[in-house]
Design a protein around this ligand. Sequence first.
Ligand code: AGP
Length: 609
Amino acid sequence: MCGIVAYIGTKEAQPLLIEGLKRLEYRGYDSAGIAVVNDNGIEIERAVGRVSCLEDNLEARGGLRGTLGIAHTRWATHGEVTLRNAHPHTDDSHTIALIHNGIIENYAALRTYLEEKGRKFVTETDTEVLTTLIAELYDGDLEHAVQAALREVTGAYAIAVICATEPDTLVAARKGSPLIVGVGNGEYIVASDGAAIVSHTSRAVLLEDYQVCKITRDGFHTTTIDNVPVTPQIRQLEMELEQIELGDHPHYMHKEIFEQPRSLRNTMRGRLDRNEGRVVLGGVGQYARELVRAKRFILTAQGTALHAAMIGEYLIEDLAKIPCEVEYASELRYRNPIIEEGTVVMAVSQSGETADTLAALQEVTDRGALALGVVNVVGSSISRQTDAGVYLRVGPEIGVASTKAFTGQVAVLAMLAMFLGRRKHMPASQCSRLIESLERIPDQVESIVKQSESIRDITSKYVDRENWLFLGRGVNYPTALEGALKLKEISYIHAEGMPAAEMKHGPIALINDGMPVVFIANQGAQYDKVISNIEQVRSRGGRVIAVATEGDKQIRTVADDVVFVPDIPEPLSPLLTVIPLQLLAYHAAVLRGHDVDKPRNLAKSVTVE
Ligand code: AGP
């Protein structure tokens, strides 16, 4: 997703802006650019490709001077990946420069209007239209011109704007895409997320939708787009610099896979009372009564978060006996959902900014549902648009392929199911036993990640195969989907996950000699059926990689390769069975020479539709 960084202060802007862009590289992008205001007016440099290409261009021209500037990494939505379409954009009079994350939906009509006013355009982008609209409305006050322009647009935006004739003013605004104003001493950093701010200040204002922030070196103020003053709330950014540093790991994904023992401890810390057999979730406690009486839960998410939600469905129905369904957010928002009294919607999201999940949440809450968020980023849009929720507390997840957030989401959903179950029929003793199992999981995960090298050896045997299947049953069917997604998104190998029993209904035709099929075959209610599925695959020439329970003597007689995980109650088993799948995908990507943390075409947070 696009990255926004802007600076106003007393230091040279260029080095700070470039450093900020590098901290946002993980969001995914295909071009980058920077603009500053100085005695020459607005000066701009752009590049297609990595931020390092932009740095080369800047060095070739001797750099850009100025203490007010904006910078951007673009993930193409409107318009090809070209130098011309890279941000920042200016208007035809070179008065305004702007960077933008989001989509202006009515840009075509606005472009026609502006062309009729004699304005000229040089790109295909919606962003240039917004820049030109601000220039057209500019009458000496940048803040007012931005407010007036934003009253005319529909769509989503996070923008930072500078003006050639106002060297002391930076204007930022947002609707539907995140934007944070870092508050320093006589300097301000505006960015898409805290990763670009935390090395300068931990004090920040999280802009809300339809808010405009005018910033000078002497201070800032916030209004609505109708120029109604808004009192800004300065918060403490929770992330620490070392959390977003790579350390001695080769990739962020590697770091985050190996971080899961610690991240899971953080997720569960203070929330499990084994002696009393209780789960304590402060973020939802005030709604416990409504939640326990809920007639139906709708869990909605995208991607990896959806797979976690699918596991949550099994857990809530199994442990809390409340009807539960999972919907792709992108489908739920357009499905005209039937929302009766007693419906609770739960949005599951690492970033808390996924556009489809936000839109689905809005659609269901407009119809009266109580809304919960299961989110990682504190203060994110979903966390602020839900009535209550539970934070993952896994720390910033930088790798585009989600790993520790997934296990954090599953752990939170398990705790939520136990929280609800204990308020319905679950005896304290059962809850205590589950708590005991949960508390063992971080050490158990530790024992699995230590198998990384042997998992790499297994992966290397099949890494040249272009088609894989991932099969699981019950609560590990979503785990199979997650394993397939991990492999797809970073190794670019085609992989499909499905319920193991489904294979007989068509996909078994795919099995050819040497095709890798990953089975989640841990000890569980359907173990014997999984074994027979494995035999069906082997008899057709498939090669079986099994994730099995330590001590299983039978699995080696049927599988080609086995990764063992510790024994665990089946409902909680995805927290362990997913780890070998994460490592398999990671090693496949590395063996194939791909950019693990910034896979092609992908963004860390899909804040556009
Ligand atoms: C998962 O590895 C992907 N990065 C992607 O599917 C992601 O899970 C999805 O876009 C949802 O993101 P969110 O959790 O931030 O809402």
